[in-house]
Design a protein around this ligand. Structure first.
Ligand SMILES: C[S@@+](CC[C@H](N)C(=O)[O-])C[C@H]1O[C@@H](n2cnc3c(N)ncnc32)[C@H](O)[C@@H]1O
Length: 639
């Protein structure tokens, strides 16, 4: 039913109550604005309406030229609702013959409230049943996939991705990790449904699953992170290791080759599909604490107060490297003599890092390792030289073992439920990618007593097969792995030292769950409009609240605009100071630098780019705000 009402604007927060309580039957809303400031209110009203679980049709009538901007935004809100409406009408069907997919945000999700809010912004609830029925409409499949993906992506967000997505419904892409997790979660859902749906639905489900698999494949093809193979290197020792592995139960179709800039990597010997096992390692070939339990070294070390199983393994591996009778000699023989991680940066490279996050990370880690060595090793060598020969237990060898364990170990969940830090021969040749083929690999399969590395995206014959080492910043990768990942790393953030506790609560009730704040390169954001500026909303909201005790809304009121100006001015100062303290980056001489100096300048350049992007976005925002403020004041004078 359409109904025209003369709606009195009661403020953004009670618009929905107003509509639902006073006009429960209304489904078409006509918003009319004469001047600029009325248009600003309309935008806020329309945003509030867009969060409703009911569908309203909103029409904007305006005499102002700025209406184009708002109509665009409104159309966007409407579009989201219309897609959902259409899709639901395609899915509606006989309940007896129902086949549906249910996407549900778990109430145990640590970010349940934030994700629920984001789902609402997009017009979804925490539990959505999507009914599937092949429609005659050609777009039904695309519409269905679009909805499934929108929901799945939000459910699969991790903390950091959520921080940068919160309060901004326009975000469609969060990270490659998120994209792959979301797509794979729908593949699993369709798998489950295929086993329980009546057989006449299998075509629909299989069609849907194939569509998702095609999307996964397209996504992999688009990612520009394929390793270039260096054919002139010999991999004889590595091939021996593969043969040894296979003779002890390893199953794999992967080969080893040198990859430009990454050392050795694993290459698919044939086309591999989503779900295929790239490599399977029997537990008997995994190096974990189990292996040292029977040694004299273990019996001695377990008496040392507070020593961890990781430290015991590290000390064991220092000696095992030189043990000619080791069961793992062939594995130790393939390990690099030097790891070249941030932990072994020279003094020149460290000096270049002054003012960067990497400087702090490397210095703290080195201090920690030196303290650990000094506390433990000399005493062991003096007390038990037979077990800890001083010529093996040097600082250099200790650092080598630390770098080995930091850069090559994986945390594995064993069948007894215990998480163990392990070295895994062969799987240790898998390099990292921001768009990995393998995302889940940490659990022993009790039925085979082996560790399986299954593909979350396909890998063509001859292509390097990569996994994800984790969602780390580039400074973490440099410190502990010795490389800077290729491409945009969404986890490259600059944390801000802001205490949220006092401003982010009203009468002891938190208004936001974010207690720490950060920024990342604003080129990663697609919303640079006023009130967003490519910056994270939780940070902006926090700074707004700390600057003004008045409730802040995203409306074009003079007070709000003035507060925004101050917030952006403060942020800009912080990042301009950061750039000043880091100094310039000399990229012209990069080729003459040593390996560690190259990593140092690249990392410094990255942090500078992030700081510069934040400062530039603040500057653009300040200019936009000044224009709006000017318009606002002009309206007031005319009014
Ligand atoms: C687990 S090992 C992988 C095998 C290693 N490439 C080798 O030759 O032994 C981890 C190390 O590989 C290298 N690496 C892994 N992924 C990389 C990447 N994306 N880019 C550059 N180097 C990488 C780093 O040196 C890292 O410390």
């Amino acid at each position: 039913m359409g109904m025209g009402i003369n709606m009195v604007y009661k403020g953004v927060h009670n618009v929905l109550d107003f509509l639902q309580n006073d006009f429960p039957d209304m489904d078409v809303i006509i918003l009319y604005a004469e001047g600029f400031s009325e248009l600003c209110s309309i935008r806020s009203i329309s945003e509030a309406i867009a969060t409703s679980s009911r569908t309203y049709r909103v029409v904007v009538l305006s005499s102002s030229s700025s209406s184009i901007l708002f109509s665009f935004r409104l159309r966007f809100c409407l579009l989201r609702k219309t897609i959902r409406e259409n899709a639901q009408s395609f899915y509606s069907m006989d309940s007896d013959e129902e086949c549906s997919l249910v996407l549900e945000l778990s109430e145990n999700d640590p970010f349940f409230d934030e994700k629920k809010k984001l789902l609402r912004c997009k017009g979804f609830g925490p539990k959505e049943r999507i009914h599937l029925k092949c429609s005659s409409a050609p777009s039904w499949m695309n519409d269905t996939v679009k909805i499934l993906l929108q929901i799945a992506k939000i459910i699969q967000l991790n903390e950091l991705e959520l921080y940068f997505a919160e309060d901004d419904a326009s975000v469609e892409f969060y990270s490659s990790r998120n994209e792959l997790e979301a797509l794979n979660s729908i593949v699993s859902l369709t798998d489950k449904s295929l086993s329980s749906c009546p057989h006449f639905h299998t075509n629909v489900l299989q069609g849907l699953q194939q569509k998702i698999l095609d999307l996964i494949s397209d996504f992999g093809d688009q990612s520009n992170m394929k390793g270039v193979l260096e054919k002139h290197h010999s991999c004889e020792r590595e091939e021996h290791l593969i043969e040894w592995g296979k003779s002890h139960g390893v199953k794999t179709g992967l080969k080893i080759a040198y990859v430009e800039g990454a050392g050795r990597g694993m290459i698919a010997g044939k086309d591999l599909k989503v779900g295929d096992i790239a490599i399977e390692i029997p537990v008997s070939l995994i190096i974990s604490e189990e292996l040292v339990l029977e040694t004299d070294m273990y019996r001695l070390l377990k008496e040392v107060d507070g020593i961890s199983s990781e430290t015991i393994l590290l000390l064991w591996s220092m000696k095992e490297k030189y043990n000619c009778d080791s069961k793992f000699k062939i594995y130790f023989d393939t390990l690099p003599e030097k790891f070249n991680t941030g932990l072994s940066f020279g003094i020149e490279a460290i000096t270049m890092l002054d003012g960067t996050l990497l400087f702090e990370e490397i210095m703290q880690s080195r201090q920690h390792l030196h303290a650990q060595y000094d506390e433990l090793v000399p005493a062991l060598c003096n007390g038990f030289p037979d077990i800890f020969p001083p010529e093996i237990y040097t600082w250099e060898n200790f650092l080598w073992a630390c770098e080995l364990w930091y850069s090559n170990s994986m945390k594995i969940m064993y069948s007894d439920g215990k998480l163990r830090t392990c070295l895994i021969p062969l799987a240790g040749f898998l390099n990292h990618s921001l768009c990995p083929h393998i995302t889940h690999y940490g659990k022993v399969d009790p039925s085979t007593n082996s560790l399986k590395f299954c593909l979350s995206r396909s890998c063509r014959s001859g292509e390097e097969c990569c996994l994800s080492y984790g969602n780390f910043s580039s400074s973490h990768f440099i410190t502990f792995y010795g490389f800077l990942p290729q491409g945009d790393n969404p986890y490259d953030v600059i944390p801000l030292d802001i205490d949220s506790s006092d401003v982010d609560s009203i009468e002891d009730k938190p208004v936001s769950n974010w207690t720490t704040h950060m920024v990342r390169g604003t080129w990663l954001s697609n919303n640079h409009s006023i009130f967003y500026y490519g910056l994270p909303s939780p940070l902006l909201d926090h700074l707004r609240r700390s600057r003004s005790t008045v409730m802040q809304t995203k409306t074009f009121l003079q007070g709000n605009l003035e507060n925004e100006l101050e917030v952006l001015g403060d942020l800009k100062d912080i990042f301009d100071d950061m750039m000043d303290s880091m100094g310039e980056v000399d990229l012209d001489n990069r080729e003459s630098y040593t390996w560690d100096e190259k990593l140092a300048v690249d990392c410094k350049n990255l942090q500078r780019r992030i700081a510069h992007s934040v400062s530039t976005s603040c500057c653009t925002g300040i200019n936009m705000l000044k224009n709006e403020l000017h318009n606002c004041l002009a309206e007031d004078i005319v009014g």
